[in-house]
Design a protein around this ligand. Structure first.
Ligand SMILES: Nc1ncnc2c1ncn2[C@@H]1O[C@H](COP(=O)(O)OP(=O)(O)O)[C@@H](O)[C@H]1O
Ligand SMILES: [Mg+2]
Length: 267
């Protein structure tokens, strides 16, 4: 299952939230850094200690026809068990214009035959080379927004744009980062006209572990940010799964026994 995460202008926190969600996901998950402005996790959470070609290498493999086969070798572990993994983003944003987002989306939507969910950090909506094909293919699209008037205004525009695509209206939801500045989930949901998946509190200490690799400390897993991320992850998983089921094509009619046997004889 593929879940796309993006933001409107003036709403920082997408990558940090994506990481928090990948680490809290109820099943194995991959955080795919697809922000055309470039990847941040290797230098941030990874403190520059990890390296991988990530998206750039994968794109080269794709041109040789081996995208799905090479995905696994580009993933890095985000936790000790490897339940959460990372597809590192572009080191050089200039590479974004060469990425075939359509082809990548098709592979990310079916990682390990759907046993692994992918949370795609798509960065800012309307950015040049924004991975729109990934958004179109996703089971759910989550717009991260702040709760200031300025942020909610920008989010309203962004939601209208996201819902513009045919047949996508039910798939868009929002995630509030830092609620209560001054608006809360209910007001934001009403203003945007979409479901609010939940909120992640402002928690600078825990956020800096994720965004800048600050030492995690004993209490990191119990921080307000990570506790909220577990709730949001569960709700988002349910939201996306419900929509994925609705989107799935109806099952093909079951052939009668006679037809099936006849078919195999012909072959
Ligand atoms: N929930 C949060 N609470 C406090 N600070 C946060 C939170 N989420 C993100 N930040 C901070 O905001 C900054 C930008 O975050 P980042 O995730 O890189 O944004 P984006 O991916 O949207 O550019 C970082 O310094 C990060 O620590
Ligand atoms: Mg980012």
């Amino acid at each position: 299952m593929l879940v796309a995460l993006c933001s409107a202008k003036g709403a920082p926190g997408v990558t940090t939230s994506g990481l928090a969600l990948a680490l809290s996901w109820p099943r194995p998950a991959v955080l795919a850094e697809l922000d055309p402005a470039g990847g941040d996790v290797l230098a941030g959470y990874g403190r520059g200690e990890l390296s991988a070609g990530g998206l750039a290498d994968l794109e080269l493999a794709a041109r040789r026809g081996g995208l799905a086969r090479h995905l696994d070798s580009q993933l890095l572990r985000l936790d000790s068990e490897g339940r959460a993994r990372l597809l590192p983003g572009l080191a050089d944003p200039a590479g974004a214009r060469h990425v075939d987002w359509d082809r990548l989306a098709a592979v990310l939507a079916t990682v390990e035959d759907g046993a692994v969910d992918v949370i795609a950090d798509c960065g800012r909506l309307r950015a040049e080379h924004f991975p729109a094909a990934v958004v179109r293919r996703a089971a759910a699209v989550v717009l991260a927004t702040g709760s200031t008037l300025r942020a909610v205004r920008a989010a309203t525009q962004a939601i209208a744009e996201l819902r513009g695509g045919e047949g996508r209206a039910g798939l868009v939801a929002t995630l509030v980062i830092g609620p209560g500045e001054p608006y809360g989930e209910r007001e934001i949901g009403e203003a945007l006209g979409v479901q609010v998946i939940g909120s992640l509190p402002r928690d600078a200490k825990a956020a800096s572990v994720l965004s800048d690799g600050a030492p995690a400390g004993r209490l990191f897993a119990q921080s307000a940010l990570l506790r909220a991320a577990r709730t949001v992850a569960t709700r988002l998983d349910e939201f996306a799964a419900a929509h994925e089921t609705r989107l799935a094509p109806p099952p093909a009619p079951v052939p009668s026994a006679a037809t099936a046997i006849g078919d195999s004889r012909v072959r």
